[in-house]
Write a protein that binds this ligand. Structure first.
Ligand code: NI
Length: 254
């Protein structure tokens, strides 16, 4: 069985000590594709470097709302230039985060929209980070069509967001958050059709149960897949296969 972890961060410093070993071990455990996601200029460069050294890892580049200090015309040009590299499969992660930053909402929106424009110019999908900003995120996506659509990464278990996100043509990616106790995972997972669902770890963060609080690695994507299999009452293999195919589709990997 092979798994595609649609969103991980091998560029993170938590992998500084043993990055090569972890990369090798996840492949042996059947995680045969993942996308290393950038979130500012230097970490986008780092993600691309990792992808260029590892055949089964792809990269994204972008400036996240939590890295707004990187917002400048010069840096946006840099992102646009990096996004033309062979292993870059999307612009991201980009979006809105009112949990960590409430004081610069207008600036976050502007940065998000400018990067949607880059994605459209280069015909790339986007990877969306949205936290406590459901309405504004949907409003921007309704007003600014994204040609190649994209992914709600670590999708909040919010019925309105999932319903509208699907209607707009986006894919929904679930992470370890669906395994947490008291999470409203069942309704959320059942809402997403099998051809629009993805699995991810967002490692090194957000370890699924029973590893909560520990460093996460892409091998834990199996626990996310298992939870989806249980909720949808299908086999683990079916979840592995359909999420693999969906990730290849949205990231346009041949
Ligand atoms: Ni992430």
């Amino acid at each position: 069985m092979e798994f595609f972890d649609s969103h991980s961060h091998f560029n993170d410093e938590k992998f500084e000590e043993d990055r090569e070993e972890v990369i090798k071990s996840i492949y042996e455990q059947g995680i045969t594709k993942t996308v290393c996601v950038g979130y500012n200029v230097s970490q986008s460069l780092h993600a691309i470097e990792i992808s260029e050294n590892t055949a089964f890892i792809y990269a994204t580049c972008g400036i996240s709302p939590n890295d707004i200090e990187d917002f400048s015309n010069q840096n946006l040009s840099k992102i646009e230039e990096l996004a033309t590299k062979d292993k870059v499969v999307a612009i991201g992660e980009i979006g809105l985060d009112y949990y960590w930053n409430k004081d610069n909402k207008e600036k976050q929106k502007e940065l998000f929209i400018k990067q949607i424009e880059i994605a459209n110019k280069l015909d790339k999908p986007i990877v969306i980070h949205t936290r406590e900003a459901v309405m504004d995120t949907l409003k921007i996506l309704k007003e600014h069509n994204v040609n190649k659509k994209g992914i709600f990464h670590c999708c909040p278990l919010n019925v309105e967001l999932i319903k509208e996100g699907l209607k707009l043509g986006f894919y929904i990616s679930f992470s370890g958050n669906i395994t947490f106790k008291n999470a409203k995972s069942e309704e959320a997972v059942k809402m997403v059709p099998n051809d629009r669902i993805l699995i991810e770890t967002d490692s090194p963060y957000l370890s699924p149960e029973p590893f909560r609080g520990k460093r996460n690695t892409p091998s834990n994507v199996k626990l996310v897949a298992k939870k989806i299999a249980d909720i949808k009452e299908i086999s683990l293999e079916e979840v592995a296969n359909m999420t693999y195919k969906n990730a290849l589709n949205i990231y346009n990997i041949k």
